[in-house]
Design a protein around this ligand. Structure first.
Ligand code: 5GP
Length: 210
């Protein structure tokens, strides 16, 4: 007969505890920053990880909020120290996710959202098997160009560099588990939130359970 001890043992054995690393990647102007901000506002289980980068701040960006803007020497030192959970060189600049902060949040049961590039995403999946990888795409190439132009922060050569990176990134799509089309912001956020809930409701894999 079922009693509370048996019930609690089953819960502990099969349900997942703690939070999850959620990677959101997209080619340039895919809208991941906007989607991530809206997701965090609407879902209190989600927290954004703030990356370190060696690129210069864009107008309006704040140190410690958008990124930690650091020099290349310090970044390389931190790579050697194992400070990063993952890191990559994107558009000739270094970007990396600080490990300790993300791990503390995971322990608190938070879903840690990493808006990072595809190389970083693949590193995360290699080291954290239950990380959830979501690829975000604008609804069309035409819309993508429109969004890049609207942003207007990049010079022509910088836009071209981003487009050639985007072509390479698109090839990595099969390494991801989910594809979300960012047509309507609200719909994209609802889908991502649903994906995270579904992932966290999965029964613990037999190997993990023992
Ligand atoms: P941006 O300079 O436009 O903010 O970002 C350029 C690219 O770097 C984007 O694809 C962004 O997702 C990626 N990125 C930002 N932070 C990180 C990070 O910590 N790690 C990795 N691997 N990529 C990042």
């Amino acid at each position: 007969m079922l009693n509370s001890a048996v019930f609690n043992r089953a819960m502990k054995k099969w349900s997942r505890e703690g939070g999850r690393l959620v990677v959101i990647s997209s080619p340039t102007a895919g809208g991941k920053t906007t989607v991530c901000a809206a997701l965090i506002k609407s879902d209190s289980t989600c927290v954004r990880s703030v990356s370190c980068t060696t690129r210069r701040p864009r107008e309006g960006e704040k140190d410690g909020v958008d990124y930690y803007f650091i020099g290349e020497k310090l970044f390389k030192e931190r790579i050697r120290q194992g400070f990063f959970l993952e890191w990559a060189k994107v558009h000739d600049r270094y970007y990396g996710t600080p490990g300790r902060y993300a791990e503390a949040l995971l322990r608190k049961g938070k879903n840690v959202i990493l808006t990072i590039d595809v190389n970083g995403g693949k590193q995360v999946k290699k080291n954290f098997k239950d990380a959830c990888l979501i690829f975000l795409l604008p609804p069309s190439f035409k819309e993508m160009l429109k969004r890049i132009k609207r942003r207007g922060t990049e010079s022509r050569p910088a836009v071209n560099l981003r487009l050639s990176t985007a072509e390479k990134e698109l090839k990595e799509l099969p390494a991801y588990q989910y594809l979300v089309i960012n047509d309507s912001l609200n719909e994209a956020v609802c889908r991502i939130s649903a994906i995270i809930k579904a992932e966290n409701s999965k029964i613990k894999h037999a190997k993990e359970a023992h």
